[in-house]
Ligand binder design. Structure first.
Ligand code: ADP
Ligand code: MG
Length: 270
């Protein structure tokens, strides 16, 4: 399972040559991508700047009203997925793009109305189309893998009672990895891995005991927190090899498999 972050932009395709090598070696590979950064750009182009809300606990997240969900979906499925799929196809990889909705892959439940701060004002938000993943049905992905395809997957997920929902792409990748019994979960982003000081690339945590990942949540800023939590949960749930690595390097997947970035280790000693 390889997750490429939307923050990588054009660098996303750096992982493609490595994915081809893995497929040629006989491995089954699933690619998950996000698209927050590209969707924010699209939102500005469409004159609908993205909005954010802050929970009473201080957690900042995207405010996904119905139009914002449309823009997010257009960004992920219209701007991020096609070039990634085309790049893989160009290398001879039989890539197939799909979302969490297809084949009932990822089911989510909408977050309950919450008291939050939006645009500097405290209020209860009831129209946020975001949720938490409750289950994964990997049948479609297994079918594609068995037939030699490489699924290129992203949110949204589906709440049968509501419709499509925005869910976090790192969590999405982790849940898919757990459900498929993946050997590897490699999360590529635009940083070397988990940094003790986000401004200092040399402060990389190279080995992180998953038994203690909560202790690192304080050093991880907003968007790194969810990567850390998702990756740590996947490792604890039995995904043996979990790595947060730099997607900007030349051969990011091979490098991550060889120990670059932040590798989760057993137990609670570093
Ligand atoms: N301690 C930290 N270590 C690494 N990155 C951090 C840390 N704290 C905050 N970050 C931020 O998290 C970002 C990665 O998350 P995000 O922008 O969501 O990327 P992606 O699109 O790959 O999911 C980095 O670009 C960095 O700015
Ligand atoms: Mg992110």
């Amino acid at each position: 399972m390889i997750k490429v972050g939307g923050s990588l932009g054009d660098d996303m395709s750096r992982a493609c040559a490595d994915i081809r090598d893995l497929v040629l070696s006989g491995a089954s590979v699933v690619v998950v991508h996000g698209g927050g950064a590209e969707s924010d750009k699209l939102a500005l182009e469409l004159g609908r700047p993205p909005r954010y809300l802050t929970s009473t606990k201080g957690r900042r997240s995207r405010y996904t009203d119905s139009l914002a969900l449309d823009v997010l979906t257009l960004g992920m499925l219209g701007r991020v997925k096609p070039p990634l799929t085309v790049s893989l196809l160009g290398m001879g990889v039989r890539a197939v793009g799909l979302s969490g909705i297809d084949g009932g892959l990822v089911t989510a439940r909408r977050n309950p109305p919450a008291r939050v701060v939006v645009d500097g004002e405290e209020r209860v938000v009831r129209d946020d189309l975001a949720g938490r993943i409750v289950s994964v049905d990997p049948t479609l992905v297994r079918t594609l893998l068995d037939a030699g395809f490489v699924p290129v997957v992203s949110p949204p997920a589906l709440d049968p009672a509501v419709g499509p929902l925005n869910v976090d792409a790192d969590r999405f990748a982790a849940e898919l990895a757990m459900s498929l019994g993946a050997d590897w979960l490699i999360i590529l982003s635009n940083v070397p891995g988990l940094l003790l000081d986000a401004a200092d690339p040399s402060s990389l945590v190279t080995r992180l005991p998953s038994g203690r990942f909560e202790e690192y949540l304080d050093v991880a800023g907003g968007r790194m927190k969810v990567k850390l939590r998702s990756a740590g949960d996947a490792h604890r749930a039995g995904v043996p090899h979990v790595v947060l690595a730099d997607g900007r390097s030349d051969s990011p997947v091979h490098a991550a498999r060889a120990g670059a970035g932040t590798t989760f280790v057993e137990g609670d000693v570093q």
